[in-house]
Ligand binder design. Structure first.
Ligand SMILES: C=C(O[C@H]1C=CC=C(C(=O)O)[C@@H]1O)C(=O)O
Length: 409
C-alpha cells in the first residue's frame, strides 16, 4: 500500500545554500526532538524543521519515495552558491525494513547545515524563522524492560533458525530482538547523538523521525557515476584477558564468520552488478569499534546510466547483512521467528539530494525514541554453525553504543 504524500506546500519553494562558519554540526541542533542527522567524524549533515514530509509503506516504497522526491525537487527555486553533493535541496530518509508492516519516511528540513572537506554550508528551504538553541538535557534515571522478543525467546528463535539451516532450508538468516529503555525525563535526541558521536567517530550518527543510532555499515553512497558500499558481517567483541589483536586474527580466520560475511558481500554485489560497468571488492579486513569488531569489505562500482540512490536502494535492500540467503526464504523466516515489527531498524537510513546523490546506511545500533521511551534493536547473522548463547552475547554487545549514550557514559 502506498499512502498519499503529506506535503506542507506544493508552491515553488525557495532553496538557498550559502557558505557558513563553524565546525560543530550536532551543536547546531536547536530542539530536543525532531533532530535530523547524518554525521561521521564531524562531517555530514544535520537538519531541523519540516518544509515537507512524505510517508509510504509497502513493497513499492522505494519507487514511490523516489518519484515523490523527483517531483518535489522539480518544483523548487534553487539558489546554490556551493554546489556540492548535499547542498541545495536535501531529504533525510529512513525506510522500513519490511514490505509490511512498516512506515518509511522522507523529511525535507527547513534548515540544513552541512560540512565536508573542511567547508561548512547552510541551506534554507522556504521561509525560516530563526530558532534559539535549547540546552541539551540528560534523561536522568534509565530503567530497562523486556521488549516484544525478550532474550530467552530470542535464544529459542536462534536455536530454531539454526535447526532450519542444518536441515537445508536456507543458508543464512539475521534475527534481531528488542529491549525497552524508559527514562525519567523525555529523551533529548541530541544527548544521545552527542554521546554516540564522541565514542563512535567511525560510525554514521543518524536521526530521522525519532530513529536514532550510530551505524558502522554504509549500504550505498552515490556520488555522480560512482557508487560505493561498506559491507559488514561477522563479529567479535572484547573479552577479558584476550588481546584485541588476537581477537581480530581469530575473526579473520574464522570459517563461520567468513561464511556469514561472504553471503552479505555476494548479496550486495549481485544486486548492484546490473547497474554497473565495473565493480570491485576489497576485503575482508577487520573494522575495530569500541564495542565490537566486524569483518568489513569495501565495494566500489562505476554506474552505467544514472540510477538514483533510492532506485539502487530498492535493488539491494535487504542485503544478507540484515536479511539472509536466499533473500525470500530468510525474509519469511524473520517474519515467522521474530514476530517483532522491526519498523525502520535494519532499513536504509541517510539522505538524498536534488541530483539523486546521497548516502544510505543500514539503520543498526539504534532505537526508536518516543517521549521517555526508547526501543532498542540488535540482530545477529546466523549460519548452520551458530551457537545461540554466543549470538545472545553478540546482540548484547551491539546494544552497548545506544545504552552507553543514553546513560551518559
Ligand atoms: C544486524 C546487525 O548487524 C549486522 C551488521 C554487522 C554484523 C553482523 C553480524 O555479524 O551478525 C550483522 O550482520 C545489528 O547490529 O543489529
Amino acid at each position: 500500500m502506498t499512502t498519499a504524500p503529506v506535503s506542507r506546500t506544493r508552491q515553488r519553494l525557495r532553496v538557498h545554500t550559502r557558505r557558513a562558519i563553524g565546525d560543530d554540526l550536532l551543536g547546531r541542533l536547536p530542539s530536543p526532538t525532531g533532530a535530523l542527522s547524518w554525521v561521521r567524524d564531524g562531517a555530514g549533515l544535520v537538519g531541523w524543521g519540516e518544509a515537507a514530509r512524505f510517508e509510504v509503506s509497502g513493497p513499492d516504497r522505494f519507487a514511490a519515495a523516489d518519484r515523490w522526491w523527483r517531483e518535489f525537487t522539480a518544483d523548487l527555486d534553487v539558489d546554490d552558491e556551493v554546489a556540492h553533493p548535499g547542498t541545495g535541496p536535501v531529504a533525510f530518509v529512513s525506510m522500513a525494513f519490511a514490505d509490511s508492516p512498516g512506515r518509511s519516511v522522507l523529511v525535507v528540513p527547513e534548515v540544513v547545515v552541512g560540512r565536508r572537506d573542511g567547508r561548512t554550508w547552510l541551506t534554507t528551504i522556504g521561509d525560516v524563522a530563526p530558532r534559539e538553541i535549547a540546552p541539551v538535557r540528560g534523561p536522568a534515571r534509565i530503567r530497562y524492560a523486556d521488549g516484544e522478543l525478550p532474550v530467552t525467546a530470542y535464544r529459542e528463535a536462534v536455536r530454531e533458525a539454526v535447526a532450519r539451516m542444518r536441515a537445508g532450508e536456507l543458508d543464512k538468516v539475521v534475527l534481531a530482538h528488542d529491549l525497552l529503555a524508559v527514562a525519567d525525563r523525555e529523551i533529548d535526541h541530541r544527548f544521545v547523538l552527542d554521546g554516540l558521536a564522541r565514542r563512535y567517530p567511525d560510525c554514521w550518527v543518524y536521526a530521522v523521525d525519532g530513529l536514532v543510532g550510530a551505524t558502522p555499515e554504509l549500504l550505498l553512497r552515490r556520488s555522480g557515476r560512482v557508487v560505493d558500499s561498506r559491507v559488514l558481517a561477522g563479529t567479535t567483541w572484547p573479552r577479558d584477558g584476550v588481546p584485541d589483536d588476537e581477537l581480530a586474527a581469530a575473526l579473520l580466520t574464522s570459517a563461520k564468520d567468513r561464511e556469514e560475511h561472504g553471503y552479505a558481500v555476494a548479496s550486495l554485489v549481485d544486486a548492484l552488478r546490473p547497474f554497473c560497468s565495473s565493480l570491485s571488492v576489497d576485503g575482508p579486513s577487520v573494522l575495530r569499534l569500541p564495542n565490537v569488531s566486524h569483518l568489513s569489505s569495501d565495494v566500489i562500482g562505476e554506474l552505467r546510466g544514472a540510477p538514483s540512490l533510492l532506485a539502487l536502494g530498492a535493488a539491494v535492500h535487504p542485503t544478507a547483512a540484515v536479511g539472509g540467503t536466499p533473500r525470500a526464504a530468510a525474509t519469511r523466516l524473520i517474519g515467522e521467528l521474530e514476530g517483532v515489527d522491526r519498523g525502520r531498524y535494519a532499513g536504509p537510513v541517510g539522505w538524498v539530494d536534488g541530483a539523486g546523490d546521497g548516502e544510505l546506511g543500514i539503520a543498526l545500533r539504534c532505537a526508536r525514541v518516543r517521549g521517555r521511551t526508547a526501543r532498542l534493536f540488535a540482530g545477529c547473522g546466523l549460519v548452520a554453525e551458530s551457537d545461540p548463547d554466543t549470538e545472545v552475547r553478540e546482540a548484547h554487545a551491539k546494544m552497548r553504543p545506544f545504552r552507553d549514550a543514553l546513560e551518559g557514559r
